[in-house]
Design a protein around this ligand. Structure first.
Ligand SMILES: [Ca+2]
Length: 476
């Protein structure tokens, strides 16, 4: 009798404990994810990507410890669409989110009326954070969100904590208390960064919070996902005075990049990435942490009317910048370091921000995927062997909107070729990117068959994903 009671007691303890043992065992082996996204950082803005001015030793070192992608693309030349492509693995054209949030419901008054877009990521979209949460991760979003109104904030999309994320695309200022209405002409703020004091710099303040979160979750022995989306190097272009002075002295007539304020912002961004990496080392979790660094679109080149004076980014050797579907608007840095990932290698694979969704899941061993199509491909095989290519036909871009660098356009990259089709006049441009990185020689007339073939494929893709088109403006 006694033995039977003992047995029942022992078995019930075992059955009660089993699920927890399962979770604990699964979690111990799951790597942490630290994803750092810069805002508007151009492809040529880091020293390891060829910057002739900016000093970025920490990101350069990260590249030496992992894989540096030379042909990585943002899914969009502007903020919100690329951000939702990362969160969902879906192309912004499929989500009908092809413009930044504030402009999504505005058709404009130009030659073409822009399509009305979705201005907040719907809660029924499955995000990377939700799948990680289901697998036992603690998810913290920090910094710029810009993926939706209040009902589409990080908390509604699988994040346990949101530090600083709002509907806005930029801070009023990078200096504490980060609020006011002088730059954007509306009163903006960044929550959750108190207590702070005069002189605090936003990029530093966000890092402080990221470090606290990593320390707390490491102490709790829980795998974590830190989604650190810095506001830097978006406008307002405000660097630390000491660094601005340093770059003012450094810039000579020979420099291609020549904005000391912007250079100071890039410098501070790199320093803060260094602080994050140092914390990962101090916590002893470097061998079990995936670190990914990228940007949401190309470098911002100024609109002379809006921003007279100094250049902001210079994306040379790429053409144009933020907003444009030329390489300067969509090609971005991408560096990945982590367990089972090659060290100090470069990959020429053509990859896009949608790929991060399945890549994160593969890297931590989560098989779950949302129902329905996603547009990203896992980079797992390329990260192990950077000489590998992806089984992918082409990359596509769709920006049926205006910006000071573009009119409505769709584009695609297939092999060495890049095709752009402008909606206003149906103009097609064709470039051989391998031979002509700066997209200087339009080969559409010289290679009409290739241009026509790619144009047909671009149209097929737009139909397949249900992309929205602009329409003729009857008043113009
Ligand atoms: Ca951006």
């Amino acid at each position: 009798m006694k033995l039977r009671i003992y047995l029942i007691f022992a078995l019930s303890i075992l059955f009660c404990a089993l699920p927890f043992m399962g979770v604990a065992k699964g979690n111990e082996s799951r790597p942490n994810i630290v994803f750092i996204l810069a805002d508007d950082l151009g492809w040529a803005d880091l020293a390891c990507y060829g910057s002739d001015l900016h000093e970025t030793p920490n990101l350069d070192r990260l590249a030496k410890q992992g894989v540096r992608f030379t042909e990585a693309y943002a899914a969009s030349p502007v903020c919100t669409p690329t951000r939702v492509s990362i969160l969902t693995g879906k192309h912004p054209a499929r989500l009908h989110m092809t413009i930044w949030r504030e402009a999504a419901l505005n058709r404009g008054k130009r030659k073409l009326l822009e399509p009305i877009c979705v201005d907040s990521l719907p809660t029924d979209e499955i995000t990377i954070a939700e799948l990680l949460k289901d697998a036992g991760y603690y998810n913290v979003h920090l910094g710029k969100w810009h993926a939706g109104r209040a009902e589409g904030y990080p908390q509604a999309h699988g994040f346990h904590r949101n530090i600083g994320g709002t509907l806005w695309g930029a801070p009023e200022t990078f200096w504490y208390p980060y609020n006011g209405d002088s730059y954007f002409r509306e009163w903006r703020y960044i929550p959750d960064l108190e207590p702070g004091s005069e002189g605090d710099y936003l990029t530093d303040a966000l890092t402080n919070k990221a470090i606290e979160a990593m320390e707390a979750q490491t102490a709790a022995e829980r795998p974590f996902f830190i989604n650190l989306w810095y506001h830097s190097v978006h406008t307002p272009i405000e660097g630390k005075p000491g660094l601005v002075e340093y770059y003012e002295k450094k810039i000579t007539d020979k420099h291609v990049q020549r904005n000391p304020h912007y250079a100071a912002m890039v410098h501070s961004l790199d320093e803060n990435v260094g602080r994050v990496l140092a914390t990962i080392d101090e916590l002893g979790i470097a061998d079990n942490t995936l670190v990914v660094f990228s940007s949401d679109n190309g470098g911002f080149i100024k609109d002379e009317k809006l921003h007279p004076g100094l250049q902001v980014a210079n994306n040379s050797p790429l053409r144009s910048g933020k907003g444009s579907s030329y390489e300067g608007g969509v090609r971005v840095p991408l560096i990945v370091r982590g367990p089972d990932i090659a060290k100090g290698k470069e990959s020429e694979a053509q990859v896009i921000s949608c790929d991060l969704f399945p890549t994160f899941l593969d890297a931590v061993g989560i098989d779950a995927r949302p129902e329905g199509p996603i547009d990203g491909l896992s980079l797992a095989a390329v990260l192990k062997n950077p000489k590998k290519t992806l089984d992918r036909d082409a990359l596509y871009f769709h920006y049926p909107h205006y910006y000071h660098t573009t009119t409505p356009v769709s584009a695609m990259r297939k092999g060495d070729w890049k095709l752009l089709e402008y909606y206003e006049d149906g103009r097609v441009e064709l470039y051989n990117i391998k031979k002509d990185l700066g997209e200087a020689t339009n080969l559409a007339s010289a290679q009409p068959e290739i241009a026509e073939q790619l144009r047909a494929e671009l149209h097929d893709w737009r139909k397949r994903v249900g992309a929205l088109d602009p329409e003729a403006n009857p008043d113009r």
